[in-house]
Design a binder for this molecule. Structure first.
Ligand SMILES: *Cc1c(COP(=O)(O)O)cnc(C)c1O
Length: 476
């Protein structure tokens, strides 16, 4: 009986304390009259500061209501500072540069290909003013935005092309135009998911095409395709294996066999190449990466690929191929919905011009791929020198191309393996690198932080050194 009464009175006491805490909170108006906050009002719009103050106060009320009184008390002591921080956070850019020291050249989460100097210049020159995006300067009448990339694509690939928002959109549009209410034959071994839920079968379903899967996961023969052709068949589809590889007892028909079958059956052969390589990268160890020109020369009707993978340009999806198919795709109403803006055309055309004049080192990701382990060693040694006393070692390692291209296709590199300072773990150092003023993405292996300079732009090296020194400073 007394225990129950005690519990009851404890509750009453706690309730009273909480009530007291609520009452101690200032009102928004009182908070705004606070010295530091009224200073904030001179630099930022009142609505922004009021919203931040309301947010902080309401978070505090929740903390009190949920009995997190210790936290509430701590936060209440620095109320003005929290409002100021919240206002600063609201006006700070969310998208910010990071230093990619992870050695993954095409990292989808890090924005894939960094743009070339020429692409950036093209954006700077044309995006801040009016342009002839859809205006024919010769005739003084409406033009087509396609022309800004179309001519370049035709010169480089030997076939006309169109540009949409990304490769997923390109594939969707092609299937929507060619295969709605019909069947698309595709090998089971090519029904891939490319990260973040992009699944070939889902795209096809939304385009209105029906999937006709043939073969098995590891082996598909040309007869499998041939036997699956019916009057409902609209397209033969081939998809680049991308980010996975089946090893061992595998096989799929040669491209030539597929071309022959498509021609015999009077069907278009569509190939989703994923990365869309325009250069022969075999000398750099990228064995498996088929070139767009090769596929077209072999007789593929339509090829789709990304603008921001191995091409090294902005996010875009490119379709190149036979003139009549391209013309049909161009007329599809969804083309309008998937079209790209002037920034993309400016950057893409500049990137393609670099290919045309064979300025391969002008394209950052090609320059990265071309670096040898020896060249990277020199850079890593220079970085270690800048680190003044931080313990590190140059070790052999491998970078990856990534971006859904050439899996398991490693590039030999030299990594700088840094030991954490006394009292800190490698994991903590890695976290600090990420949280710094210039975030650095690094890898941790065997209690060391690995930095691969292949993917660090030369102009970022000094900043990288500063960030490492900052992260290694004990206690900070
Ligand atoms: C990456 C990839 C895609 C998706 O390209 P996005 O440009 O990201 O839409 C589609 N197919 C293949 C084979 C890919 O590798």
């Amino acid at each position: 009986m007394t225990a129950a009464r005690d519990a009851c009175s404890n509750r009453v006491v706690a309730e009273a304390a909480r009530h007291q805490e609520f009452r101690a909170l200032p009102s928004v108006d009182e908070l705004l009259r606070d010295g530091p906050i009224s200073a904030l009002l001179e630099r930022f719009p009142r609505t922004l500061v009021v919203a931040a103050a309301r947010e902080i106060l309401s978070e505090l009320r929740v903390a009190i209501a949920e009995n997190r009184s210790e936290e509430a008390r701590r936060r209440q002591e620095r109320l003005a500072q929290q409002v100021a921080d919240r206002v600063q956070a609201a006006v700070r850019p969310s998208l910010q540069p990071v230093i990619n020291a992870a050695g993954v050249v095409l990292h989808t989460n890090l924005g894939r290909a960094p743009l070339s100097a020429a692409a950036l210049e093209a954006i700077r020159e044309t995006a801040g003013c009016y342009s002839n995006l859809e205006y024919d300067l010769e005739t003084g009448s409406r033009g087509k935005r396609d022309v800004h990339a179309g001519g370049l694509l035709e010169r480089l690939c030997g076939a006309p092309g169109v540009v949409v928002n990304n490769n997923a959109a390109a594939l969707f549009l092609v299937l929507h135009e060619l295969a709605t209410d019909g069947e698309v034959i595709v090998s089971r071994g090519e029904l891939i998911e490319i990260g973040d839920g992009f699944r070939i079968p889902d795209i096809m379903a939304r385009s209105g095409a029906r999937l006709r899967e043939v073969g098995t996961t590891n082996r598909t023969r040309i007869e499998d395709y041939r036997n699956a052709i019916t009057p409902q068949t609209r397209v033969l589809l081939r998809v680049h294996h991308s980010n996975f590889r089946i090893v061992g007892f595998t096989g799929r028909p040669a491209l030539e066999e597929m071309v022959q079958l498509a021609q015999q059956a009077g069907l278009p052969l569509v190939e989703d190449l994923g990365s869309g390589c325009l250069l022969d990268l075999r000398p750099y160890g990228l064995e498996d990466e088929p070139m767009v020109q090769e596929s077209l020369a072999a007789g593929v009707d339509l090829v789709t690929f990304s603008g921001d993978k191995l091409l090294g340009g902005p996010q875009a999806g490119i379709v190149v191929g036979k003139k009549e198919w391209i013309a049909r795709i161009r007329r599809n109403p969804l083309f309008r919905a998937l079209r790209v803006d002037k920034l993309t055309y400016a950057a893409l055309a500049a990137t393609l011009r670099d290919y045309l004049v064979e300025n391969r080192t002008g394209i950052p990701i090609l320059a990265m791929i071309e670096q040898t382990a020896e060249q990277i060693r020199t850079r890593a040694a220079r970085l270690l020198e800048l680190l003044q006393g931080i313990r590190g070692e140059l070790v052999k390692g491998s970078s990856v191309v990534g971006g859904g291209s050439t899996p398991a296709m490693d590039l030999p590199t030299t990594v700088l393996a840094l030991s954490p300072p006394k009292g800190l773990s490698a994991t903590i150092c890695e976290q600090r690198l990420r949280a710094g003023p210039a975030p650095v993405i690094a890898r941790v292996e065997k209690e060391r932080v690995l930095l691969d300079l292949r993917t660090v732009l030369p102009e970022q090296e000094k900043t990288l050194a500063e960030m490492v020194k900052l992260a290694w400073k004990a206690g900070s």
